[in-house]
Every structure is written in structure tokens, then in C-alpha cells.
Ligand binder design. Structure first.
Ligand code: KG4
Ligand code: ZN
Length: 334
């Protein structure tokens, strides 16, 4: 399966990518609906679905043009079937299935988190053993990875995802959506030691996370006193990245891994990168990031995992979307 076209519509990015031989990225088109949703302060599922439906033909045409290939040359059509917003997933999955039927090629049902998890190795023929940290708007996961097909989730968040915490606190501070970038910018002028926020579950002895108490602590502080915005942003950010970095390193040590791979939108955060590198270096653990444009949602990472999984004839066209799909299962095979 040398030429894969992948569609990603699990949240508010409408994305199509074309990948040759698992490593040669011919096109990766991403149309972000962030601006559409920013008016609502978050993603509105029905608005996302309608925009996916309207945008997909254009985004796909652009991808084919950029790649310089005709639709008839595509060997397989992949789409994210989960996890994600049900009606948003439906649009991309129906689109990819229709192309697969029209072109008489296989349909590949892919897992969104798997795409994030392996994005730091984009283009490589094998995924090496490592400890994966996925930090996105929807997920916070620590995963012990022995190989592409052998992965074990060690822990996740019991409430908000890391990116969600950034988005919610940004909203409290009156910043725009998505909030991660805005908080990071504001935090640069702030003092991270000015306010002491809880480091939830830091000493819980497991690999679980919790970020909703932190968000509540910020809300109480804002209700109680006049604050200095940059100091709140910096102190909040420090609380999040400290726990992420400490637990990722502890998990790598527990599993005997000497490599931590970080993915998802929050992995672009420079404070997180610094905290991780510092904590990891103390134990001679290396840190690997995904290429910048593959950190937030995109279809290139979906095409890559489709290429890694390739073999077998593809998935049944009866495959449904799986809004709560987890990482330990492959996307529903036929
Ligand atoms: O990976 P992604 O597209 O989300 C999901 O798949 O769910 O990442 C989006 C998330 C948002 O929550 C956004 O606020 C956060 O990543 N984010 C950041 C930064 N850039 C994006 N969070 C902290 N610092 C950043 N620089
Ligand atoms: Zn994502």
C-alpha cells in the first residue's frame, strides 16, 4: 500500500494528508475551525460537523493538487474513527468510505490517539520502545510502548485533559481559544512562584493525573483578589508542567525506557519541554518531540499509523465510528 490518503475530522480540524511509502509526505492540509468556535469559547459539535461537511471536498482537492496525484492513484483511504466527537467523526469516515468505494480501494479505520502517540516517529519504518506522553486538548496519557502493536496505558487523567485545563484557565483569564498558546505567551512575563497552586496527584504513587482542582484553585483566586494576570498564567503553567514532567520520567524509569516521546498540542509548550528535558537528563533519558506541524490535530499522523499498520485487506465498510475508542484496542477491524 504505497499511497495512502487519510482524513481526520475528530474535533475542529478538517484535515487530509497524502503519504507515500510511509515516509514521504506529499501533502498535509489542515483547515482549523478554531476561529469559528472561538465565538462560543469552545468547540460546538454540531457546528464542527457542518463545517467538516462543507470544507472536506475543498481540503481534499487541495491535498491532491499539492501532492500532484490523481485520486485513482490512491491505494487506500484511511479515516479517524475515534475517539472524538461522534457527528464530527461521522463526516470524515463517511467521506473516506465513499472515496474507497468509488475508487475500489480498501478503507482503513484508524485510532486518533495512536496517531498522536506515534507522531514523534513520523516517517520512520519502526516505532522504537519508549514511554509515550500524549498531551492534547482531549487526552493526557502515559503509555509504555514496546512496539507499534504492543502498548500499555499506564495512566490518564481522572478529569480534565492537560490542554483542556489550559483552555479553561485561559477562559477564566479572559484570553482567547485555544488557550494554551495564549497562556504560554502571558506566562513569559510572569513570575511562576507568585501563586502556589496544587500539584494534584503528584504523590499519588501511580500514573494518573487530575487537573480540575487546579482550574478551581485559579477560579477561587480570581474571585478572591485582584491578581496579576501574567503571574497567574506562569504559576498555573508551572503546576501543570511540573506534574507532567515528573510523572513521565517516573513512568519511564518504572518501565525501564530510556526514551520519552511527547505528542499532542500541549507538547509545543516551551515550559513543558524544558521541565521534561531537565528531569529526563538527570536519568539519562532522551526526549523526542513530534515535528511542530504534527503536534496539533492533522491527517499526516493518521496516514502514518495507517502505513505502519498496513497489511491485511483493510477494514469493513460497516465499521462504525467509536467516539470512546481507547488506545489498547485497534480501531475496530471488520
Ligand atoms: O492535539 P490537539 O489539537 O488537541 C486534541 O487533539 O484534543 O491540541 C490542542 C490543545 C488545546 O487544548 C491547546 O490549548 C493546547 O493543545 N496547546 C497548548 C499549546 N499549544 C496548543 N497548550 C499549552 N501550551 C501551548 N503552547
Ligand atoms: Zn488530537
Amino acid at each position: 500500500m504505497s499511497l495512502i490518503l487519510a482524513v481526520e475530522t475528530s474535533c475542529d480540524e478538517t484535515a487530509v494528508a497524502i503519504l507515500r511509502d510511509g515516509s514521504n509526505l506529499l501533502a498535509s492540509e489542515v483547515w482549523s475551525q478554531a476561529e469559528v468556535h472561538s465565538a462560543y469559547g469552545g468547540v460546538v459539535p454540531e457546528v464542527a460537523s457542518r463545517n467538516h461537511l462543507a470544507a472536506l471536498p475543498t481540503v481534499a482537492r487541495r491535498a491532491l493538487e499539492r501532492a500532484g496525484v490523481g485520486i485513482a492513484e490512491i491505494d487506500a483511504f484511511a479515516a479517524t474513527v475515534g475517539p472524538g466527537l461522534p457527528t464530527a467523526l461521522l463526516v470524515g469516515v463517511a467521506y473516506a468510505k465513499a472515496l474507497a468505494v468509488g475508487c475500489g480501494r480498501p478503507f482503513l479505520a484508524m485510532n486518533h490517539i495512536e496517531g498522536h502517540l506515534f507522531s514523534p516517529f513520523f516517517g520512520e519504518p519502526f516505532v522504537p520502545p519508549h514511554l509515550g506522553l500524549v498531551v492534547s486538548g482531549g487526552h493526557t496519557l502515559l503509555v509504555d510502548v514496546a512496539s507499534f502493536s504492543e502498548r500499555r496505558v499506564l495512566g490518564s487523567t481522572v478529569d480534565d485533559a492537560a490542554g483542556e485545563a489550559f483552555d479553561k484557565v485561559a477562559k477564566l483569564l479572559g484570553l482567547g481559544y485555544p488557550g494554551g498558546v495564549e497562556i504560554e505567551r502571558l506566562a513569559r512575563e510572569g513570575d511562576a512562584r507568585r501563586y502556589v497552586f496544587p500539584r494534584s496527584m503528584r504523590h499519588s504513587g501511580d500514573f494518573q493525573f487530575s487537573f480540575s482542582g487546579l482550574k478551581t484553585a485559579v477560579r477561587y483566586l480570581l474571585e478572591r483578589e485582584r491578581v496579576h494576570g501574567p503571574d497567574v498564567a506562569a504559576s498555573f503553567q508551572a503546576a501543570v508542567v511540573e506534574v507532567l514532567a515528573e510523572k513521565a520520567v517516573a513512568a519511564a524509569l518504572a518501565c525501564g525506557r530510556d526514551l520519552i516521546a511527547v505528542s499532542g498540542g500541549v507538547s509545543s509548550n516551551a515550559a513543558l519541554q524544558a521541565a521534561l528535558s531537565e528531569a529526563a537528563a538527570r536519568h539519562r533519558i532522551s526526549v523526542r518531540l513530534a515535528p511542530r506541524e504534527l503536534r496539533t490535530d492533522n491527517a499526516a499522523m493518521i496516514a502514518y499509523v495507517a502505513a505502519l499498520r498496513a497489511g491485511g485487506g483493510g477494514d469493513s465498510l460497516a465499521t462504525d465510528v467509536e467516539p470512546s475508542l481507547d488506545l489498547e484496542r485497534f480501531a475496530a477491524p471488520g
